[in-house]
Design a protein around this ligand. Structure first.
Ligand SMILES: Cc1ncc(C[n+]2csc(CCOP(=O)(O)OP(=O)(O)O)c2C)c(N)n1
Ligand SMILES: CC(=O)[C@@H](O)[C@H](O)COP(=O)(O)O
Ligand SMILES: [Mg+2]
Length: 630
């Protein structure tokens, strides 16, 4: 397959448009051709490197029209989530580096203030754009500056409550602010919500293509189709549209009309996720986030034979098995059905499945309500997105000691999504909550048993597991609950050497500890529980060893290792302890393996850290057996 760069013959315009200033030099009649070339460049590049894909095909014309109509970067564009901002990046000096996006040292996965003056706000988590834009519009008012501010938010983003908080306030203030509602009737999965059904009716009524828009439920809302903007007008916004979000003339006309309008403006555009690439238009879920694919056929490389399952898949299988036996089990996802492994469950147990949209706060308290009525809710939620529902976890679940099981996926470094998505704070922010049991599995059998433990527990519990493939161990047919608060020793030292070292490892780091322990002839404990900690095991290891090394893929500050320190201090155990975890800075994007090595949480890094602590003591020659960091 020939790889085209923007300077390859056949690209007549793209090589000439590197900045919005270049773009504004182009005659409007050439913009549609620019869109064709940008779309082609996206398909060819993403086919090679993978990344967020379908949403970007949907914002090509929108990005062109925005940078053509507004005086960026003086005027501010705030993209919501930012996974759909690759065309924006292409038009703002970063097309040549698009190949590096989400790679170690490459372009940021989403918009980032440190990457470009055109990135008005750092994003990655959904539904923040209107609040940020409102802040910028309010600042312009306070500073008496002439500056236009635009938020671009999708229909998925509009299922996040923060968007309404922002609109309600901006409407109250009467801010000069434009919200562009990019409605493609898709989240990652099909979008959900009454607003989505309302939009489906509007689209159908106006003859827009509605491939995913069977308008369901809320029949009494039919009359609203005649007043498409009612909700937004109530919030103080002048509603405009809907218009075709791929029609450059319509977009440019709307922006000319609205860019200097006074007060809050809401422009509803209808787009197609995956626009211009038939495989993605047909299956925007599959092409939301992609690995490499054939830019002509859209085909993905086949699965490697013998490839192992992921923790996510093991969770999904466990959930289906368990739901078949336990009619009280219900499952909730805040708009992450595919990523959380819930597709099969949602098909088999549709009446016990709740996708509540990008609404993590609601998801957590919905679970609490379900638990109040005697059901057993499993809230499947990424670690990073649980941060959105933290108060609800404390206030609505833990204080009331309700039996909600949090299946926390993406626990630890997630890789290409970078700092906004790493789930590296949960052990710190969970273990301080009374009533909550917190577990982290070291392999797939442990995952199943910890899930079973949580489901059987009479109060709230959390099991956090990584974005990774499993270990390939034997799994018990029936996953039996574990004894609460008990860890296990998974490697005994052979006692060949002093000083004696013991690793107290949590979750995925148990495997890393085992690798380093082979060189050190160290003991390794799989702690299993971050809360309650196995105090007896900790004190026994303190008696038998000269150095305890705690190891976790979580912020070191306040993490599981801090809990071990607290136990030792409480029992007056003056012992040398080395706490290994994430450093006190945000970790950028790259592969998980690259990032673990970068911060010294791979086996070689762990070994170096222990050696440093024990410096001066003899070590046998094998200590260099692990590859040194380049
Ligand atoms: C708080 C939060 N929850 C979940 C996600 C995961 N997520 C990323 S994009 C997306 C769907 C966004 O849908 P929409 O805003 O309509 O954008 P589209 O992909 O359709 O262009 C979701 C759920 C997120 N980024 N932030
Ligand atoms: C943009 C966004 O937040 C999601 O698309 C996220 O990137 C999904 O992450 P996973 O790829 O780990 O499911
Ligand atoms: Mg959408």
């Amino acid at each position: 397959m020939t790889t085209h760069s923007a300077d390859t013959p056949g690209y007549t315009l793209l090589g000439r448009v590197n900045t919005p200033a270049d773009l504004r030099q182009l005659p409007v009649r050439e913009l549609p051709h620019l869109a064709v070339e940008m779309r082609r460049h996206l398909i060819e590049t993403l086919g090679r490197i993978g990344g967020h894909f379908a949403a970007n095909l949907g914002t090509v014309e929108l990005s062109i029209a925005l940078h053509h109509a507004f005086d960026t970067p003086h005027d501010r564009l705030v993209w919501d989530v930012g996974h759909q901002a690759y065309p924006h990046k292409m038009l703002t000096g970063r097309r040549a580096r698009l190949e590096s996006i989400r790679k170690l040292g490459g372009l940021m996965p989403f918009c980032h203030r440190g990457e470009s003056e055109y990135d008005a706000f750092g994003v990655g988590h959904s539904s923040t754009s209107i609040s940020a834009a409102a802040g910028m519009a309010a600042a312009a008012r306070v500073k008496a500056e002439q500056r236009r501010v635009v938020a671009i938010i999708g229909d998925g983003g509009m299922t996040g409550g923060m968007a309404y908080e922002a609109m309600n306030h901006a409407g109250h203030l009467g801010l000069d602010l434009l919200v562009v509602y990019n409605d493609n009737d898709m989240s990652i999965s099909e979008n959900v919500g009454a607003l989505r059904n309302h939009s489906a009716r509007i689209a159908a009524k106006l003859g827009f293509p509605t491939p995913h828009r069977e308008a369901e439920g809320c029949e009494n809302a039919m009359h609203l189709a005649d007043r498409p903007g009612a909700l937004f007008e109530t919030l103080g916004f002048a509603y405009h549209g809907p218009i075709d979000g791929h029609d450059l003339d319509a977009l440019l006309g709307a922006f000319e009309q609205l860019k200097d309008a006074k007060g809050p403006q809401f422009l509803h555009i209808i787009t197609t996720k995956g626009k211009g690439f038939e495989p993605a238009e047909g299956d925007p879920i599959k092409y939301h986030g992609v690995t490499q694919f054939d830019p002509v056929t859209g085909a993905f490389p086949g699965k490697k034979p013998g490839s192992k399952q992921t923790y996510t898949q093991v969770f999904g299988d466990w959930l289906c098995e368990t739901a078949a036996r336990d009619p009280k089990l219900v499952a909730i996802t805040p708009a992450m059905r595919e990523g959380s492994g819930l597709v099969e469950y949602s098909q088999k147990f549709a009446e016990r499945y709740f996708d509540c949209g990008i609404a993590e706060q609601h998801a957590v308290t919905l679970a609490a309500g379900l638990a109040c009525e005697g059901l057993k809710p499993v809230c499947a939620i990424y670690s990073t997105f649980l941060q959105r529902g933290y108060d609800q976890l404390i206030h609505d679940v833990a204080i009331q000691n309700l039996p909600v099981l949090f299946a926390i996926d993406r626990g630890g470094l997630v890789g290409a999504d970078g700092a906004t998505h790493h789930g590296v704070f949960d052990l710190s922010f969970l273990r301080c909550i009374p009533n909550l049991v917190v577990m982290a599995p070291s392999d797939e059998n442990e995952l199943r048993r910890q899930l079973a433990t949580g489901l059987a527990h009479a109060g709230p519990s959390a099991v956090r597991y990584p974005r990774a493939t499993v270990q390939g161990v034997e799994v018990d047919v029936i996953a039996k609950p574990l004894p609460l608060g008990k860890g296990r020793v998974v490697r005994e030292t052979h006692g060949r050497r002093r000083p004696r070292v013991a690793f107290l490892a949590f979750g995925a780091m148990v495997q890393t500890a085992l690798e380093a322990a082979e060189i050190l002839d160290a003991t390794v404990a799989d702690m299993r529980f971050v809360k309650p900690l196995d105090v007896e095991l900790i004190l026994d290891l303190a008696q038998e060893n000269d150095l305890l090394v705690t190891l976790e893929e979580n912020a070191r500050l306040g993490g599981a290792g801090s809990g071990v320190n607290e136990v030792l201090a409480a029992h007056h155990q003056p012992l040398s302890v080395l706490n290994l975890g994430l450093p006190d800075h945000f970790v950028e994007h790259g592969t998980r393996e690259e990032l673990l090595a970068q911060i010294g949480l791979d086996a070689a890094g762990v070994l170096r850290a222990v050696q440093k602590r024990l410096r001066g003591k003899e070590f046998d020659a094998r200590e260099s057996a692990l590859p040194r960091q380049a």
